[in-house]
Ligand binder design. Structure first.
Ligand SMILES: Nc1nc2c(ncn2[C@@H]2O[C@H](COP(=O)(O)OP(=O)(O)O)[C@@H](O)[C@H]2O)c(=O)[nH]1
Ligand SMILES: [Mg+2]
Length: 297
């Protein structure tokens, strides 16, 4: 199944709400634009982006003399795609080894995403090593180990309560010895203890920088697509704590309305790199902005 088919199911609610408007025989007038703006807000785009997009759309429709809802829809697709194109959505993992640090609050899907990503990279022929730096609960490392087995990749872990930075240090040492291509680090996401989390992530980053000064590093922030505008608040906080280089939006197969993807990319100016579309090992898709917008509206 391609990118488009996978996300189409998940985003059907939003698409139905929007396409109803575009398929109709409406006049493209003030009322049409007001209704469109309202539906975009309901789709989780947020008030700011929805009103900005509609304003741009009005200008573009006027300039190009677009009078049918179908033409206006295509112009909106262009505008939303532009908003999403804030940088390279490919992973920057060219060096051997490279490091991917995965951060985000509890339950958003970090460990699951790591399992899926490890599997994809392994299928591309890369040697992958997972680092269980969520040491807060023993179950976290157990869960990561299950994913390592599924994906057929290696894992480095320590005991519950171990210093996460020391697990990362072990992982890097093992990776160097074993000729690993990509190290993926799982982390604990206790955002309610912000000072502690900042400390922990700072220490991990320093270990990576010291041990692998020339390596490519990705910091992927995982956000739950069903939490709507709440995800935006989390994203801003994590961006302050760690230099996020890419976003993963999970759970777009469920009740997510999808517009949050656009809101996050726009407000952080960081590219969305992957989206999660299920709990299975193959349910992680490299993000493609145009296809996403086409499925959304
Ligand atoms: N439907 C769906 N569930 C997901 C997705 N990604 C993760 N999950 C589920 O979300 C829950 C929390 O995931 P987990 O990886 O443990 O989150 P973590 O605490 O951030 O590591 C688990 O039940 C996962 O199966 C997704 O893309 N779609
Ligand atoms: Mg986890």
């Amino acid at each position: 199944m391609g990118f488009f088919e996978k996300i189409k199911n998940g985003l059907s609610k939003t698409r139905t709400a929007l396409s109803g408007l575009f398929a109709g025989e409406y006049e493209v007038d003030d009322e049409f634009y007001d209704e469109l703006e309202e539906r975009l807000i309901l789709a989780d785009l947020g008030v700011d982006i929805a009103s900005r997009a509609v304003e741009q759309l009005r200008a573009s429709a006027y300039e190009k003399m677009l009078v049918t809802p179908a033409k206006v829809r295509d112009a909106l697709a262009d505008i939303l795609t532009d908003i999403l194109n804030v940088g390279d959505s490919k992973l920057n993992i060219g060096t051997k080894p490279s490091v991917i640090l995965v951060i985000g609050v509890n339950g958003v899907g970090k460990t699951t995403t790591i399992g899926k990503l490890a599997n994809q990279l392994a299928e591309e022929g890369k040697r992958v090593l997972l680092c269980a730096a969520d040491t807060f609960r023993a179950a976290a490392a157990d869960q990561l180990e299950i994913w390592a087995d599924r994906a057929g990749v290696e894992i480095v872990r320590q005991h519950e309560g171990a210093d996460p930075a020391s697990v990362v240090f072990d992982g890097i040492t093992a990776a160097k010895a074993r000729n690993v291509d990509v190290i993926i680090c799982d982390t604990a996401g206790r955002l309610h203890n912000k000072a502690n989390l900042m400390n922990e992530l700072g220490k991990i980053s320093r270990v990576i920088d010291r041990e692998l000064p020339d390596a490519n590093k990705e910091v992927l922030l995982v956000l739950d697509g069903t939490t709507g505008q709440n995800g935006l608040t989390q994203a801003r906080q994590f961006q302050q704590i760690a230099g996020v280089t890419g976003i993963v939006l999970t759970k777009l197969d469920g009740t997510a309305k999808g517009g949050i993807v656009i809101a996050v990319a726009d407000s952080l100016q960081i590219p969305v790199k992957y989206i999660g579309v299920g709990e299975g090992i193959d349910d992680l898709m490299p993000f493609q902005s145009r296809e996403f917008v086409e499925a959304l509206i």
